[in-house]
Design a binder for this molecule. Structure first.
Ligand code: FES
Ligand SMILES: [Fe+2]
Length: 360
């Protein structure tokens, strides 16, 4: 007799030791969002960010390429840069060693007096990075497979759903603090079993829940649905592009999602875990050249006031429940036919979580 699949045990969401293990085994070995390429408009522009507890930075070289490095000087470990800025060369604030934008050591005060000092052997530590529709992703694992292997077809599909991606720049980034483990938030994002009773605006004004489904595509969870009947839509979706009457989302395991709202409106989620019980969620909205766009601004406000606010209450309640002595992981509702009232994506996610954290 087959038995229902059980949800992941509570300790995965509450135990600080497990969080540390997860940082090494999961966060540091997966593709993570770093920054948007438009934040690096010219040679020498850089942006710092933190992934898996590591300070990193992305910088555009004189050749136009974006490179990412660990933010640490190879002399005695001072941080090289902070925040954002523009540099002709990278000069360490501690003893003024100077690096090229490509990471090679160019010089430093009095280093030539050191017998045997081999300047050419010293370089900032590179981090794997890839541009994906104008978004810069990094992977701390030097041996990681390319994103197209992790997320088959996602790049081509997204270019079809967002044909103007090359013109888009961030319009706004909304920072949302949630008192829960990042996995609670990601799981909540990855099922719509809760949508009809918790997200009336989304379910009645954006998508058509009865057509909603989520299916794995490599390590991507692909959400698809039709949009609401035109008269029920909360905004004008006529964009002149194909797929304007669909909602689609590509969740790129483990902490990023590209969403395309009806009308080909690109928006994103990315999660930055802070500790076992806290996560910062960023909601990104994009417009042509980052210019003011009342429709997108309005959609961002509607999203913040409805779906986002509704989800915060859900995930924080779940986190409190996971700390309860009275909780035993329940069976997942997996409908063999899939659909909106099925939690099969949670089964996939939790399997990926177990594999990454425990290696099985
Ligand atoms: S630590 Fe950077 S120059 Fe000394
Ligand atoms: Fe939700």
């Amino acid at each position: 007799m087959t038995r229902p699949v059980r949800a992941l045990e509570a300790r995965y969401y509450t135990d600080p030791d497990l969080f540390r293990k997860e940082t090494d085994n999961l966060s540091a070995q997966t593709w993570q969002f770093g920054c948007h390429a438009s934040e690096l408009p010219g040679p020498g522009t850089y942006v710092t960010f933190e992934i898996a507890g590591e300070s990193l930075f992305a910088i555009r070289g004189h050749d136009g390429a974006i490179r990412t490095f660990h933010n640490v000087c190879q002399h005695r470990a001072h941080q090289l840069v902070s925040g954002t800025g523009t540099a002709r060369l990278l000069v360490c604030p501690y003893h003024a060693w100077v690096y090229e934008l490509t990471g090679e050591l160019r010089g430093g005060p009095n280093i030539n007096s050191v017998p045997g000092f081999d300047k050419s052997s010293i370089c900032l530590t590179k981090v794997r990075c890839e541009e994906f529709l104008g978004f810069v992703f990094v992977n701390l694992d030097p041996g990681a497979a390319p994103m197209d292997e992790w997320f088959p077809a996602a790049r081509a599909e997204l270019s079809e759903w967002v044909p103007n991606w090359g013109e888009l720049k961030p319009l706004e980034w909304v920072r949302i603090e949630e008192e829960c483990n990042w996995k609670v938030s990601v799981e909540n994002y990855s099922e719509c079993y809760h949508c009809q009773i918790n997200h009336p605006t989304f379910a009645s004004g954006v998508v058509k829940p009865e057509t909603y489904d989520i299916q794995p595509q490599g390590k991507c969870l692909r959400h698809t649905t039709e949009c609401q009947d035109l008269e029920q839509m909360t905004y004008d979706i006529r964009s002149g592009f194909e797929h304007f009457d669909e909602y689609s989302s590509w969740f790129l395991w483990p902490m990023f999602s590209f969403q395309v709202y009806p009308g080909n409106v690109l928006n994103t989620y990315h999660w930055r875990p802070r500790d076992a019980g806290h996560v910062t969620v960023w909601r990104g909205w994009y417009s042509t050249d980052g210019c003011e766009d009342p429709k997108i601004r309005q959609l961002a406000i509607q999203d913040r006031e409805t779906t986002v606010a509704e989800d915060i209450r859900l995930v924080e309640s779940v986190q409190r429940g996971l700390a309860s002595r009275g909780y035993r992981p329940g069976p997942l509702v997996i409908d063999p036919c899939g659909g909106v009232k099925s939690e099969h994506p949670i089964m996939h996610l939790q399997q990926w979580m177990r594999e990454a954290i425990d290696g099985n």
